[in-house]
Write a protein that binds this ligand. Structure first.
Ligand SMILES: [Zn+2]
Length: 519
């Protein structure tokens, strides 16, 4: 996770106000941001994208990327000018077939002035031709393009798209994608969705199709040497996995985890309802990063995720995001709990399934782990602030909130809520407030106090609130009894036994903390 856009939040909000068109009836420029309070310059105003056609040629040896991206959009106001989010060098822009003037501003704004004003409601086709060395393009000392010894990779949140294609870079403007990448023979390309390839002398073209709506940050691109495997689940869902041949000692653990993608997708489908996309998979490039990211259909894993052996828990986390984050996406970045709270809770459910600790045991363990004065309790998972979007509490306190919900409405209602929410909001965007309203409707219970306590109130809730952190239950299990005075074996007085899954779940965090955060 990166924080470049955060610094100018206050100034950005002002700039947004100034750039709002005088009235809907009057033609004017589209706003430089879509209106996200955390990231004022993310996305743009004035149009809505339905499809990206991204056609690329990449030379791994020199990092030269040539591209033509065609964007299909509809104007949502009369537009004299509009912006795309992009950082590479642009050669030419066409709007509805006519050359358009373009200029850059801010950190990632490509301002496009079409030859003719675009009428509200009309279809717009934008063609952007570009060429650059993306690994050398930095903003605020940062490049989203990770160079590898054999190519490059882009997988980042909340932004990364601007390093390989121009876009309306915000989760509320989802679109379908065709990504076509021409690479020298012996090199492979990875992106989202189903795959076909074609040959020409010396070169191979990789064509990826994302036929379901996808947020811009969930599009990924990797070029390099990969062993690509294609299979299907017993239910007929195509599975694509890919591994760099240079994963070294992590190679076995990476495959032993990611090759279980089909099985884990089937298991999660039982929890959240039908898998929402046309294929599923994951790839492990030879990157030095530590995080994983839920890039749609095709999950990005850093080799470091498997440095301490196989980890199905991280695969479950990223797969759960295919429902919570990818199919149902945040309306604003402040709603990040809708992604991370549920992805973390899915790890707890997997732990339960594997008999390595229940959701209640994990919730109670975390509750006891952080004393009342610990900074952990200062983060409000329901509105953490842009600089704490991926703070540990968004995940762990966020998952406790779901356990608290489970304790309040019961198992049957909780799982009805999870499935029903996915079905009702499929391919859309949502807020926490809407989730609360939905949970109240399904359960028939008022939940305002529960959401307020666990998501919006700083500080450690009192022990026993919503069934979390009360007196330790008799014992977690007969083999690990709490002592007569609540003394866990080897623990401090009152401490609970550590759930068996705890370390694996933690490993999905700790590798992040040396980087920029967790996803
Ligand atoms: Zn996550």
């Amino acid at each position: 996770m990166r924080k470049r856009l955060i610094v100018s939040a206050a100034a950005g909000a002002l700039a947004l106000l100034l750039s709002v068109p005088a009235s809907a009836a009057q033609a004017g420029p589209g706003a430089a941001g879509i209106g996200d309070p955390y990231f004022p310059y993310a996305g743009n105003g004035g149009y809505d994208v339905s499809h990206y056609d991204i056609r690329l040629k990449y030379q791994p040896a020199t990092d030269e990327l040539e591209g033509t991206t065609t964007i299909l959009a509809t104007a949502t106001q009369d537009l004299t000018r509009f912006n795309l989010d992009f950082v590479l060098q642009v050669k030419e822009v066409l709007v509805n077939g006519r050359p358009a003037r373009f200029a850059t501003s801010g950190e990632q704004e490509l301002e496009i002035t079409p030859a003719r004003t675009i009428a509200r409601g009309s279809a717009v086709t934008v063609v952007v031709r570009y060429a650059d060395k993306p690994g050398e393009v930095e903003r605020g000392g940062y490049s989203a393009w990770i160079r590898t010894p054999d190519g490059g990779v882009v997988a980042n949140e909340p932004e990364g798209a601007a390093w390989w294609y121009p876009s309306n870079d915000h989760p509320t403007d989802k679109a379908t994608f065709d990504v076509s990448v021409l690479v020298p023979n012996g090199t492979q390309a990875i992106s989202n969705g189903t795959l076909t390839t074609s040959q020409r002398p010396g070169w191979t073209r990789y064509n990826y199709r994302q036929a379901k709506p996808q947020a811009t940050y969930l599009a990924t691109l990797a070029v390099g040497k990969f062993d690509i495997r294609q299979d299907t689940t017993p239910g007929g869902l195509p599975v694509i996995t890919a591994y760099s041949p240079d994963l070294g000692v992590n190679a076995g653990a990476a495959r032993a985890s990611v090759e279980r993608t089909g099985e884990l997708t089937d298991w999660l489908s039982g929890v959240f309802g039908p898998y929402p996309f046309d294929s599923v998979g994951g790839y492990v490039p030879n990157v030095p990063t530590g995080y994983a990211l839920e890039t749609q259909n095709q999950i990005f894993y850093s080799p470091a995720q498997f440095a301490r052996g196989s980890n199905t828990s991280v695969v479950v986390h990223e797969l759960a995001h295919q429902w919570f984050g990818d199919s149902v996406s945040v309306q604003r970045w402040s709603e990040i709990w809708l992604n991370e709270g549920f992805a973390r809770y899915s790890q707890w459910l997997w732990s339960e399934h594997e008999n390595e600790g229940t959701g209640q045991e994990l919730a109670d363990f975390i509750y006891d782990l952080y004393p009342a004065g610990d900074p952990f309790w200062t983060v409000r998972p329901g509105d953490p602030g842009a600089d704490r979007l991926f703070a540990g509490a968004v995940y762990d306190r966020g998952a406790i909130a779901i356990q608290a919900l489970r304790n309040t409405v019961g198992d049957e209602k909780l799982f009805a809520i999870l499935k029903g929410w996915q079905s009702e909001r499929k391919y859309g965007n949502a807020t926490i407030q809407q989730f609360q309203a939905y949970a109240e409707r399904v359960s028939g219970k008022p939940l305002g106090e529960l959401f307020n306590t666990w998501l919006y109130t700083p500080g450690k809730p009192a022990a026993g609130t919503s069934g979390i952190g009360g007196a330790p239950a008799v014992a977690a299990s007969a083999s690990a009894p709490a002592g007569s005075a609540g003394l866990a074996p080897g623990g401090a007085p009152g401490a609970r036994p550590e759930p068996k899954s705890w370390k694996k779940i933690q490993e999905t965090n700790t590798v992040h903390e040396h980087e920029h955060g967790q996803r």
